[in-house]
Write a new protein. Structure first.
Length: 68
């Protein structure tokens, strides 16, 4: 479920992955490998949360084609 903070909407890792059409494990791997920049924001539990702008970047990465 999206989280509202100061009028801005944030999404948890699984939600961000779902919106990009990738698995949660793929998103976590991309974060670990530096393909996607680490989100600096976390909720009270310490879980990553992503702003809409960050999700846009994740979607763009997911839509890239691999070189043959």
């Amino acid at each position: 479920m999206p989280i509202k903070v100061d009028g801005k909407t944030y999404y948890q890792t699984s939600e961000a992955a779902r919106m990009a059409g990738i698995s949660r494990s793929t998103l976590l791997r991309w974060l670990d490998q530096g393909i996607i920049n680490e989100s600096n924001l976390r909720d009270r539990r310490g879980w990553r949360i992503f702003a809409q702008e960050e999700i846009k970047t994740i979607i763009e990465e997911a839509q890239k084609s691999l070189p043959m």
